[in-house]
Design a protein around this ligand. Structure first.
Ligand code: MG
Length: 379
């Protein structure tokens, strides 16, 4: 990582939170519920005529994690923004240090940490992915399929994605919707890179049932057990040939270290917004590279702003598996950024090469989809 070419320290002048509700192409159904809009805070960190943007990922209800759209706002406004105003930030890592006393609330912390990284990248005129040493210009794209009404609908949906060129397909599973749909897909596409994500909907009592997935040759089984069940995941992994990948359980580099030490997983899904931002995500990346653990970058139905941020991370060498990084059209009729993300003929997404995360929100569309906005200035 090179220095910031004379940029900084950052004295934050203002922080803005714009609430956005982007209509989804189709409601997204998982073991956690059903979403019709992607509702988020577009966070802006402003200083010296430059804005660093980032997108929050907390959902309306505390089903994926205990953080919600409302708690994220509460923590950002009352506990994090005042700390950003406490003095200049020598570099983005200073944000993580300044927030360290606040317990958890990783998504809230990440929204500001990632905006500060973006500010540094934009002020210095460098792409974050390149700044971190990434050389990949395109990232292999995977797609996620929510829980449909029937096997026939599932097969039709997957057919369309395979024809579009996605390199792997991940389906959401839950008790009562697991073996049968996966068997149907495997018999239709014997060689497809096929993954399953349970979003914590099983317990260790389901170990024998989950072992029946082994003959299906899945690339991985994501987060079968509860977010706090590292020990049970280690027990389950010993009983499965299918590699377990952890998502909800990994909220910090420490969690990743302990999960790997215990043998609770063989793959990690890194979402920068789930682990407190880019700095902690890069620390997990360094650890995984050292131990030869494959990584991939997940998604939280982000608009193009969050998608661009994830692509910068996924351009790093250790992200060896296809991410949940799909074209804008997978989720939205209209994205917040121009141009929208499209799938290349190679089944990849291009990593934006502009400064910072490489994209900016389109102001006209932002005004159309925004449902509220607030701004705080340095006292
Ligand atoms: Mg997941």
């Amino acid at each position: 990582m090179t220095a910031w070419a004379g940029v900084g320290p950052l004295r934050v002048e203002a922080v803005s939170l714009t609430e956005v509700a982007l209509p989804l192409v189709t409601p997204f159904v998982t073991a956690h519920g059903r979403e019709t809009h992607r509702r988020f805070w577009l966070v802006g960190v402003h200083a010296d005529g430059v804005t660093g943007w980032a997108e929050s990922v907390a959902q309306g209800e505390p089903l994926y994690s205990e953080e919600t759209h409302a708690t994220l706002h509460q923590v950002v406004v009352h506990h994090l923004v005042p700390r950003l105003f406490q003095g200049p930030l020598a570099d983005p890592a200073a944000v993580t240090a300044r927030f360290a006393a606040i317990r958890h609330h990783e998504m809230a912390k990440a929204s500001l940490e990632m905006a500060v990284w973006n500010w540094y990248g934009r002020a210095a005129g460098v792409s974050l992915g390149a700044h971190w040493g990434g050389t990949r210009l395109e990232v292999p794209a995977g797609v996620v399929v929510g829980i449909p009404a029937s096997i026939a609908e599932l097969v039709d949906t997957v057919q369309a994605y395979v024809e579009a060129g996605y390199q792997r397909v991940k389906i959401k599973i839950q008790p009562g919707w697991d073996l049968t749909p996966l068997q149907a897909l495997r018999s239709a596409w014997p060689a497809l890179a096929l993954w399953a994500d349970a979003n914590s909907s099983y317990t260790l009592a389901d170990a024998a049932h989950l072992a029946q997935l082994d003959p299906l040759n899945l690339g991985l089984l994501e987060q079968p057990l509860g977010p706090d069940d590292l020990v049970d995941h280690a027990t389950l992994q010993r009983r499965l040939a299918t590699p377990i990948c952890l998502d909800e359980s990994i909220r910090s580099p420490r969690d990743a270290r302990q999960a790997l030490q215990l043998g609770a997983c063989r793959v990690i899904n890194v979402k920068p917004a789930r682990v407190g931002g880019f700095g902690p995500a890069l620390a997990i990346h360094a650890m995984a590279c050292e131990q030869g653990v494959p990584l991939w970058c997940g998604g939280m139905l982000e608009s193009g702003v969050g998608r661009a941020a994830n692509l910068q991370l996924a351009s790093q060498a250790g992200f060896t598996l296809p991410g949940d990084l799909s074209a804008s059209a997978r989720y939205f009729h209209e994205d917040l950024v121009d141009p929208p993300f499209v799938l290349t003929p190679r089944g990849t997404l291009a990593v934006p090469t502009g400064p910072g995360i490489g994209v900016e929100p389109n102001r006209t569309r932002l005004q159309r989809f925004q449902v509220g906005a607030v701004e705080w200035h340095r006292p």
